[in-house]
Design a protein around this ligand. Structure first.
Ligand SMILES: Nc1ncnc2c1ncn2[C@@H]1O[C@H](COP(=O)(O)OP(=O)(O)O)[C@@H](O)[C@H]1O
Ligand SMILES: [Mg+2]
Length: 396
């Protein structure tokens, strides 16, 4: 309220009629501004008193949450006016627990659409006291759809990268085959024009061996490509990831210890996220195998370590696989998830591509930090589903 209104209302009795009229007009004007701001917000706003009865709400509320008809007339607590059991229960539980600053995501399913909304509850503070709550309701559907679109675009982009890598990979064997066939053609031509004798057997066999070898290479490239592009069959199930991770890393322990590599495992064990256990195992196997070869190729082999750790942070499950191995140059770091990228003589360069693909299917992210000759950390982060999302996924 403006200073003028504040001061004037203190001296109400001493004011002339004209001044009172001015005061009312000012109050009206302020109220109109406040109302039009509230009405123009795209988020739904409901203000309730300490008993959770509505003091004020804007029209966006009606577009976002299903309300019982004639809700404005009803002088009931808020959760009895909202025609959605889940949201109602959330509001009721929040009121009972007397906590503020909470928010939760909900999906509202109607006959032909699904809307994702976030309901947040903030305290309404008046004269340094809590006088009620402000409930804000925000539509997240567009953001969600954008995330799905982004996921699709990323898949398309990785397919394009993969196609480019395959094209590059097959160029070398094709070149080699072409050169050796030309040499054979030349030899045959020479023999036709000369004494009619074919070049000696060894010479021919050597060339044919190279051609055969390169055909094998092409075959491997095609098989690897098919492996990399095969759609991952994912069956996301709400489970404790640390159970699978724990078992999988323990499987490596004897082998690591035999190579004097110590294995530290620190798992939080109380996370529940949506994963496919078989694919999660594939992720761990790849990351631990890479860590093992990194520590094996260290300059000194004292105190070689592989560390696997998990914890929850900001509604996300975080898993780190770290090693104090050979580390990577910045340039290598930037390419590790690309198909066929390998620095190993016997590597396929597809391990981390597969890991990346799987983590994306879990709606997660993976990143890497590394320092040459010091070590590497791979960090996987997967969202911990909120109650409403779990229900939605479960119903899929
Ligand atoms: N923990 C690690 N430490 C150092 N370099 C790594 C590590 N993990 C992966 N890399 C690098 O990333 C490359 C790609 O890894 P990956 O896709 O698993 O293929 P591959 O293991 O067959 O080479 C490796 O060749 C290596 O250069
Ligand atoms: Mg690998």
């Amino acid at each position: 309220m403006s200073d003028f209104v504040g001061k004037a209302s203190e001296k109400l009795k001493k004011l002339s009629d004209e001044q009172v009229e001015r005061l009312i007009a000012t109050i009206q004007e302020e109220n109109d501004i406040f109302d039009s701001i509230l009405e123009s917000l795209s988020s739904g706003i409901i203000v309730v008193d300490r008993n959770w009865k509505i003091i004020k709400s804007n029209k966006s509320v009606k577009h976002l949450v299903p309300l019982f008809s004639n809700y404005r007339e009803k002088k009931d607590v808020l959760w009895n006016l909202i025609d959605n059991e889940e949201i109602g229960t959330f509001l009721k539980n929040t009121a009972a627990s007397n906590v503020f600053n909470v928010s939760q995501e909900f999906s509202i399913v109607t006959e032909n659409s699904v809307t994702f909304i976030v309901v947040s509850i903030l305290p309404l503070v008046k004269n340094s006291e809590i006088a009620g709550s402000i409930i804000s309701i925000t539509d997240m559907t567009a953001k969600r759809q954008q995330e799905i679109l982004l996921h699709r675009m990323e898949s398309l982009q990785s397919l394009t990268n993969l196609a480019a890598s395959v094209a590059h990979e097959i160029k070398n064997p094709l070149g080699a085959i072409s050169i050796h066939i030309q040499l054979l053609q030349k030899a045959v031509k020479k023999c036709r024009q000369g004494d009619g004798n074919l070049p000696d057997e060894k010479f021919m066999e050597n060339y044919l061996d190279v051609v055969n070898e390169e055909i094998d290479n092409l075959n491997r490239i095609v098989m690897d490509f098919l492996f990399a592009v095969r759609p991952v069959k994912v069956q996301l199930i709400l489970s404790n990831p640390d159970e699978v991770i724990g078992k999988t890393v323990e499987f490596f322990r004897p082998e690591l210890e035999e190579h004097c590599i110590s294995l530290n495992v620190e798992l939080c064990n109380d996370a529940r996220i949506l994963v496919d256990e078989k694919l999660l195992r594939e992720v761990i196997v790849n990351l631990v195998q890479n860590a093992k070869s990194a520590v094996e190729s260290r300059i000194d082999d004292d105190g070689a370590k592989v560390m696997v750790k998990s914890f929850i942070k900001n509604d996300r499950y975080i898993l780190t696989v770290a090693d104090n191995g050979c580390g990577m140059e910045r340039d290598t770091c930037e390419h590790v998830f690309e198909p066929y990228y390998t620095t190993k003589s016997n590597g396929t360069g597809l391990g981390l591509t597969t890991v990346y693909k799987i983590i994306k299917e879990f709606r997660g992210d993976i990143s890497v930090t590394s320092e040459k000759n010091r070590g590497t950390v791979f960090t996987v982060s997967i969202p911990v589903p909120q109650k409403s999302t779990m229900l939605l996924e479960g119903g899929k």
